[in-house]
Design a protein around this ligand. Structure first.
Ligand code: SAM
Length: 463
């Protein structure tokens, strides 16, 4: 796909016909296709609603957006009026092929693929984007799981879903619809059930009511940090037997539980559905020992070094950083057995480069510590692993590294990792090709120290 000149952005005249009921029928005839129930094929034939959904997904204008399950293109045409480029993911090969013939190839890429398994990681190089879809109802949960996780590049998701599912996504505490799905989704996303969609706006009419939901990614600092896997497991366990008291389900120590529930004005016999989202987050932070690590310690001291990396003094962290004094750090690049690189997203609570992507693990050396010992300690503290580390080179102190001499190591490990939430917001493995394109297209997504580490890694692997 190529870029589109924004000055003629609204000049697109859809090749797709406006999809009224008769048009849908004739398109299906042309394709000799009967809507497939197992693929959730209920096509939208209300053009006002299609425009409403597109406007909810892209309120202004977007350079790029993704649509899941475009079908015959009811939503695609109004989306294309609001976006320079679109990626469409359609599981039905016949529909994907048909759409390809109807849409401008320089602005729309139609991929024949399953959105449940679609590898969105290469899309990181596009930057954050909105996601839209009139979703096949059988696949709503796994599609959300794939696309709306902690590392996802999606900023806003607008979906037509089964009304019952929308009610569960948007529910509040003390309600029968409030569930593990609600709490896990709402930790990362605000959810609004925008409006209902009657069966009559679809062909064929589904047997259930539908609703439009709008999900917007929360600011990373809206709630204190929690470890995603710990939080999700805790919530899942808490809701596993709704009628059972939460303390018994979580096997929480009595004293701690009484203190915690009193602090929140909750009965010690409360159930999962009685806790607000903020209370769930506080509970996870109370029960997870790794939540206690602060983002940085003000009392830390570092060795200060000269131009030849020889230790000349030991000074407090702030003095070293404020005075741009030369000091030492390690970066570790962890690869899995498929050769993909683990990148971490720095926590929003870090004082330096918050929310930027960075090496798998990195940190300053402690006073008197050498590089190898520092690398082993940081890998264990930040990832909870002790792999064999291989040094691949050293970076001279410079402004990009924050005046750090950096020794870089690689390791191989498939996880799982235990990530301290105050340091790391999330982490994921990315193919090296993806990292290369992502760093080239959007260097600002990364901590500047990582640019230098990446340069060194690429140079080391050229030979
Ligand atoms: N967007 C169109 C509309 O509003 O008329 C079609 C919506 S229809 C409810 C769902 C669409 O998703 C169908 O085109 C179906 O073939 C497609 N689909 C079903 N399962 C899918 C999956 N796992 N991944 C991608 N598309 C899928």
């Amino acid at each position: 796909m190529t870029g589109h000149n924004s000055s003629d952005r609204h000049a697109y005249h859809p090749v797709l016909p406006p999809l009224r009921l008769t048009d849908i029928r004739s398109a299906l005839d042309e394709l000799q296709l009967r809507p497939t129930k197992s693929l959730g094929q209920n096509f939208l034939h209300d053009q006002n609603l299609a425009r409403t959904i597109a406007a909810a997904a892209v309120p202004g204008h977007a350079a790029f957006a993704v649509e899941i399950g475009p079908g015959l293109g009811s939503l695609t045409a109004p989306l294309l009026e609001r976006c320079d480029r679109l990626l469409l993911i359609e599981k039905d090969a016949r529909l994907a092929e048909w759409l390809r013939g109807k849409l401008p190839a320089d602005r729309v890429e139609v991929v024949h693929a399953d959105a449940i398994e679609f590898d969105w990681r290469p899309l990181m190089a596009q930057g954050p984007f909105p996601l839209a879809g009139n979703l096949p109802y059988y696949a709503t949960s796994p599609i959300l799981r794939n696309w709306l996780g902690p590392c996802s590049p999606v900023t806003r998701a607008v979906f037509a879903v089964q009304d019952e599912f929308a009610a569960r996504l948007a529910a509040g505490p003390d309600h029968a619809d409030y569930s593990a799905l609600t709490v896990r989704t709402q930790r990362l996303w605000t959810v609004r059930r925008e409006r209902s969609l009657p069966p009559s706006v679809f062909f064929p009419e589904p047997g259930v009511d539908s609703a439009l939901v709008v999900l917007e990614r929360r600011d990373a600092r809206e709630f204190p940090p929690v470890r995603a896997t710990f939080f999700d497991d805790l919530v899942q366990r808490g809701f596993s037997q709704r009628r059972k008291q939460l303390r018994a389900l979580l096997k929480a120590p009595l004293g701690l539980w009484q203190e915690w529930s009193a602090k929140h004005g909750l009965s010690p016999t409360c159930r999962a559905e009685n806790l607000s989202l903020a209370q769930w987050i506080d509970l996870a932070r109370t029960l997870d020992p790794s939540a206690a690590t602060p983002a940085q310690h003000d009392g830390e001291t570092f060795d200060v070094v000269d131009e030849s990396d020889r230790v000349v003094a030991t000074r407090p962290r702030r003095e070293v950083h404020d005075g741009n004094l030369l000091h030492r750090a390690v970066h570790i690049l962890v690869f899995n057995h498929s050769g993909e690189l683990l990148l971490q997203k720095r926590s929003a609570w870090k004082d330096r480069e918050p929310c930027k992507w960075d090496s798998s693990a990195a940190g300053h050396l402690e006073p008197g510590e050498d590089y190898d010992a520092g690398a082993a300690r940081e890998t264990e503290e930040e990832l909870g692993i002790r792999p064999q580390l291989t040094p691949i080179g050293k970076i001279r102190a410079c402004s990009n590294t924050g005046q750090e001499f950096v020794e870089v190591y690689t390791a191989i490990h498939d996880g799982p990792f235990v990530l301290p939430p105050s340091e790391i917001e999330s982490a994921g493995f990315f193919p090296v090709e993806t990292v290369r394109a992502w760093v080239a297209n959007r260097p600002g997504d990364f901590a500047p120290g990582f640019w230098e580490v990446w340069k060194l890694y690429q140079a080391a692997n050229e030979h």
